[in-house]
Design a protein around this ligand. Structure first.
Ligand code: NDP
Ligand code: X2W
Length: 351
């Protein structure tokens, strides 16, 4: 009998599900005992992912999603399914006493009205929203430890919040006029087929999308507003990169009177002094997505532009690892009293 804690994963055929299977394959304290897919049930993980051949996880059967079965077998379940789908499963699992890390957006927004406005969906379990914890370990670790339901942050919000929080917390920048200009690799749009994600639509090109109306906007405003201690609005704009993984966000904000480059650098190095996954780069260095690929790192470059009085922050993450599955695993580690970095001590794959 295994001494490891049994966990389940709903949505193992999606990109974030695949990434979680990769990370769980090497986890010393958690064992994947249920992996679900409606389309591939009856196979094993080894059938789906030949790259897992030889790892014990390859023998894990793929089953139909069944909340009763998951609750009986698992101490914690990861929901790697589309928003709107996760909320009912999360509610049923929570009611049965199971811990849940939801990778979708269903429990990230505190207000059911705001969720309905941006997602075009009525929230069917608003009663769970007050107790759902926003799962950004650098800021919320204490609450995550005791949570039964963690809302895993969005990929773009992870890069934007880590990139801007120290400046806003110390009031080094104004809360008006913030612009967050983000670019994501194509795995960010998920594995379900769509014309816009076809190779010939993405390769050798670069395009903007959802300008001024991206659904991650309220999540970023909520969390940055909490840090700043006041409501704020941001211009959050997104672009699709012809790469598999990675997000690079360039954020622009107006410096408060009298704030200089040394103040900014000190705020960032102090804020992340005990956060080994956030690397504030030395002056003059700017981050690249390939330096964080397949890892939990968020690399941050800082530029103070005296001519315009702006702070420019460049933050990069891997959308699938830090922006989704790796962060979900970090949250599960906290909820299940595992070392925070268990299964996540990863170095990037370069080139
Ligand atoms: N891709 C990314 O970079 C990020 C994604 N996320 C979020 O994580 C979640 C998963 O994303 P991603 O992996 O990209 O999505 P995919 O579209 O790649 O995969 C979705 C998965 O969910 C399963 N699924 C779909 N509908 C249902 C349903 N009704 N009941 C049970 N299972 C279902 C699918 O399997 P099957 O159809 O076989 O059941 C599939 O395994 C989403 O909420 C997404 O927004 C968050 C951060 C980053
Ligand atoms: C490139 C791309 O299409 N990215 C997705 C965001 C990634 C995602 O899955 O969103 P959540 O983190 O909210 O789940 C988008 O823009 O909608």
């Amino acid at each position: 009998m295994s001494h490891r804690i049994p966990v389940g994963l709903v949505g193992v055929t999606g990109y974030t599900g695949m990434e979680l299977a990769r990370l769980l394959a090497r986890h010393p304290g958690l064992e994947l005992v249920r992996a679900t897919s409606r389309s591939e049930a009856g196979k094993t993980l080894g059938d789906l992912y030949p790259g897992l051949g030889g790892f014990p996880i390859a023998d894990c059967p793929v089953s139909q999603p069944d909340v009763d079965d998951l609750a009986e077998a698992c101490a914690l379940v990861f929901l790697a399914v589309p928003h709107g789908t996760a909320m009912d499963m999360a509610a049923a699992l929570v009611a049965k006493g199971v811990k849940v890390v939801d990778l979708s957006a269903d429990f990230r927004i505190n207000s059911a009205e705001t969720y309905a406005q941006w997602y075009g969906l009525e929230h069917r379990h608003p009663e769970l929203l007050p107790d759902a914890v926003f799962g950004l370990p650098e800021f919320n670790a204490k609450d995550i430890v005791g949570a039964q339901l963690v809302a895993n942050p969005g990929c773009y919000p992870t890069s934007a919040i880590l990139g801007l929080a120290p400046a806003l917390r110390e009031s080094l920048v104004l809360t008006q006029g913030i612009v967050i200009d983000s670019k994501s690799g194509t795995t960010g749009s998920g594995r379900k087929p769509s014309v816009g994600a076809l190779y010939c639509e993405v390769a050798d090109s670069f395009r903007a999308y959802n300008l001024g109306r991206h659904r991650h906007t309220p999540e970023i405003e909520q969390e940055l507003g909490r840090v700043a201690g006041t409501e704020l609005t941001v211009s959050f704009n997104t672009h699709l990169l012809p790469i598999n993984r990675g997000i690079l966000s360039t954020s622009y904000c107006q410096l408060a009177d009298g704030v200089g480059a040394e103040d900014v650098r000190r705020a960032y190095t102090d804020a992340y002094a005990n956060c080994p996954w956030v690397r504030v780069l030395p002056e003059g260095k700017l981050p690249e997505v390939r330096h964080v690929r397949g890892t939990m790192f968020c690399d941050i470059g800082l530029v103070v532009d005296p001519r315009t009085g702006r702070l420019i922050v460049v933050s990069v993450i891997d959308n699938l690892c830090r922006g989704a599955s790796g962060q979900a695993l970090a949250n599960a580690n906290l909820m299940l009293e595992q070392p925070l970095d268990a299964g996540l001590d990863l170095a990037p794959l370069v080139p």
